[in-house]
Design a protein around this ligand. Structure first.
Ligand code: DGL
Length: 261
């Protein structure tokens, strides 16, 4: 029997995945969502692949036990490390991940220099190398693709306080080698859309891509194909949970959820 009334589990290493959750809710307003932020183990981008896999598996196990009808890995890092293996462990579960939206940027065929920003782990993984090689092969010599590991940035965003001057200084330092030299930027970490305007303005106004809207469309298509869309008339609900020891972290999640984007 199909589990149309089940919830959709969404997780990230912290609050970054809320940027994806917002797109999911606007695409699928009648679904119930359970968002888990693993802030207690943030940042994933500084952890070993084994660690990230174990943490992701524990979260998916838990969501499945609670009755999730689908799980969205709203984290590029966890997707790169764990999605493939988790799919083999849960062949019946719709398990949708996110990857840097490099294809969307390349498909436009108008950008000469595309910069991908992501965590060090995402950029080290085979999945990203394959994506980049595929894009270079389809676009011949017309496009230059650069990748920049933004060490520490997701963790800083996880602290909130986005207007503090230290964040601006960090961004300027990280992005310095590319200021004025790229015409498209791909936000390959779900934390970065929360500082999108600043990234774009520091870099000199390139066109910006992130994978959240694409993921939301894909989730809707997958649920529709499997007859899993919730048929309730009322709007669904969104519930937040975290591994953070600080109870205020959930307030921060709510705050980020309501930030204009
Ligand atoms: N938000 C995550 C991503 O999309 C990872 C951030 C981190 O924990 O390093 O990659």
């Amino acid at each position: 029997m199909s589990n149309r009334q089940g919830f959709i589990g969404v997780f990230d290493s912290g609050l970054g995945g809320i940027s994806v959750l917002k797109k999911l809710v606007s695409q699928l307003p009648h679904e119930d969502f359970f968002y888990f932020g693993d802030t207690g183990h943030n940042p994933y981008g500084a952890r070993s692949a084994d660690d990230i896999f174990d943490l992701s598996k524990a979260i998916v196990d838990n969501m499945v036990c609670k009755g999730a009808k689908a799980v969205v890995i709203a984290c590029n890092t966890a997707t790169a490390v764990a999605a493939h293996k988790l799919r083999t462990m849960y062949p019946q579960l719709p398990l949708i991940g996110i990857e840097p939206a490099l294809k969307q940027a390349c498909d436009a065929h108008i950008y000469k220099h595309i910069l991908v920003l992501a965590t060090p782990v995402t950029l080290r993984m085979e999945k990203f190398h394959q994506l980049r090689d595929r894009m270079c092969a389809c676009n011949s010599a017309n496009v230059k693709i650069s990748a920049l590991a933004c060490d520490g940035l997701a963790h800083r965003i996880e602290q909130g306080n986005l207007d503090a001057p230290d964040l601006d200084n960090d961004l300027r330092t990280i992005l310095a080698p590319y200021i004025g030299s790229v015409d498209a930027v791909v936000l390959g970490c779900t934390h970065y859309p929360f500082v999108k305007d600043r990234i774009v303005s520091i870099l000199g106004n390139p066109v910006c891509f992130d994978g959240a809207a694409g993921v939301a469309h894909h989730v809707r298509d997958v649920l529709q194909d499997r007859d899993l869309l919730n048929d309730q008339i009322e709007r669904g609900c969104v519930t937040f949970a975290t591994s953070a020891h600080d109870a205020h972290q959930l307030d921060l999640y709510e705050q980020f959820y309501h930030l204009p984007q």
